[in-house]
Design a protein around this ligand. Sequence first.
Ligand code: UTP
Length: 296
Amino acid sequence: MTIDIAVVPVAGLGSRLLPATKSQPKEMLPVGRRPVVQYVVDELTRVGMRRLLFITGPGKSSIENHFDLNQELIQTLRETGKEELLAELDFERAPIRYFFTRQRQLLGLGHAVLCAEPFVGNQPFVVALGDSIIGMNAQSDVVARMTHLFEEKKAAAVIAFEEVPDSEVHHYGIAQPKESGAIFELADVVEKPSADEAPSNFAIAARYVFAPSIFPALERTQPGKGGEIQLTDAVRLLIQQGAPVYGISLHPTETRYDIGNFDSYFRAFVEFALADEKHGPALRRYLQEVIRADHT
Ligand code: UTP
C-alpha cells in the first residue's frame, strides 16, 4: 500500500494575522522568497505525495492560481530572455495533481478534514496544515517516516510532535505518551490544555497520517474548544475505542515554523531570508548594522 494522497486545509480565517490576511490567505504570505503553502507542497511532493486536495474557503482563490500553469507569464519571460526567472516557476510542473474542495462553513480543522471524505474514500491519507513549514526550506522527511510507521504498526493514526515550553502548551494539541522515546504510542491527546493540565510538552506539529476510520470519529465529534470541531478530539475518540495511535518526534533540525501568528511569522521570515544563498549575506550585514545602531 502506498499512501500518496495529502489533504491540505487552508480554509481558516487567519484572524490572528489581520490586517495582513484581510484579503489574502495567510497560506500565501511570503516566507523568504516563496509563499508558505509552496513549501508545504514541496515537502509533500518530495516524500511521494501525488494527489493533493486543498480544503479551501472564500478568499482563497490565489492558492489555486499559484499552483496553476501560467502560460502567459512563461511566454513573456521566455520572449524577454529571463531564463533565471523562468526557473522560479519550475514548481508548476511538480509531479502532483491538485484538487480543491470548499469547506462551506468554518466549523474548525476537524470539520475541514471531514470535507475530504468524498475524495479520499476508503484509503489512508496524510493531512498537512497549509500554514506550517517543517524544517528550513521545508527540508523534512517526517511525512515519509510517519507513513512508514503507520504501515508498520497498522496504526489508525500517526501524528508529528515537537517539544514546546510550558508557556506554549495552551496553543496546541498535547500528547500523553504511553512511553518515552522518539516514537511512542498515545494514551491520550488533549486540545489546548493549560500548563497545569498538560500531560506533556509534546505539541502536535501540523502533520498527520490517518486511516479512513478518522471520518466516522469526526462525525461523532461534538464542537469542543472555541465551538469548533477539533481534529484532536476525533483522535481522542479513536484512542478511546482502542485504536493504535502513534506519535513521532520531529528531529532537532526539523523546526516547525507556524505562520499563524506574527511572532513566529516574523521569526520564520527572518530565518529563511538569512538562509537565502543570494540575499542572505547582505541581509545579515544590514541586520547587524540596524541592531548595532539600536544599541548606540
Ligand atoms: P488555525 O487553527 O490557525 O485557524 O488553522 P485559523 O482560523 O486559520 O486562524 P485564526 O485562529 O483565525 O488566526 C490551522 C490550519 O487549518 C486550516 C487553516 O487554514 C490553517 O491552515 N483551517 C482551520 C481550516 O481549513 N478550516 C477551519 O475551520 C479552521
